[in-house]
Design a binder for this molecule. Sequence first.
Ligand code: KG4
Ligand code: ZN
Length: 357
Amino acid sequence: MNNLTILGLETSCDETAAAVVRGLPPGPGQILSNVVFSQTEAHAPYGGVVPEIASRAHLEILDGLIERALGDAGISLDEIDAIAATAGPGLIGGVMVGLTTAKALALASGKPLIAVNHLAGHALTARLTDGVDFPFLLLLVSGGHCQLLAAADVGKYRLYGTTMDDAVGEAFDKTAKILGLPYPGGPNVESHAARGNPRAYALPRPLLGRAGMDFSFSGLKTAVRQLVTQNQVNIDDACASFQAAAIDILRDRTAHALARFREDFPDTPRPALVVAGGVAANAAIGSALAKLADQHGFEIRVPPPRYCTDNAAMIAWAGLERFALGERDPLDVSPKARWPLDASGDNRHSGERQQSA
Ligand code: KG4
Ligand code: ZN
């Protein structure tokens, strides 16, 4: 099969993005362009993403971003094989803007439409960047998601564990807010943590040592709030103590998943542990997980941060993988606020973004 060239659109949260990707499964693919407009500034005064502001911003800038993505790639719409857009899960207003734009482009150009699951975009990023083979274990950690998944094939995911309350990125963002640090909290908490003492404050580690692969972060966030209301805290030490607790939780749950993956896929000698989502940009989390993976005989793969946070190259690639299998979607496909990757799995925190302001 010849290389495929796919235009991807992403509008499910507070990043408006368009990208052109070329290649064939299993990757790696070529990223011909990757344009991302972050709405962070528009939402910063509210301390979280405001859905109405997000959809309006997507609507205002998406057309221009598509033109730029095609221009940067040096190609016209004619040379594209298909148009892929996030169809969920996410903030429904934003998803509608991207999906409707993709439908209009598909109709006008006669090109096929691929409706992409945003989580599949994150899941398959490591194939785009590194050509990682199936099956692999995925730890998806972002502001909206916190899941452990076995990726057996395109469209075949087994949900091992998910968060029972907050996503880990959400816990970082809320902790930052409690400590008076600017939004988005993750990177700010990480830089303060680097200067602090992780043992300064005793914080809880919900579910640690318990069986299973689910996560819980709300008790940790509540403990940070109590700490701040009852004491004069040192910000660096509070960030370091919070981050150490978050790392312990991620490490413990992931260790269970590594063992489970071995049972489920005994014939994969050195599988990959892929860490994706915005929180994968955290260097302390990355090095703790790298050590853990190595101890279990797994290869750690952390795609570069710009492809770990929301972007359209991952959506184009997930579309490319499905297109290569002959899959297409009808022009009346519906946007979905909720859309778990594992249809047999439960729906707890399946990726629906909440207004966190
Ligand atoms: O994947 P992403 O861009 O958007 C979705 O949530 O889908 O992830 C954003 C999240 C935010 O919660 C942000 O605080 C967190 O990722 N994040 C980090 C770091 N960089 C981004 N969390 C911890 N440490 C970081 N360095
Ligand atoms: Zn995401």
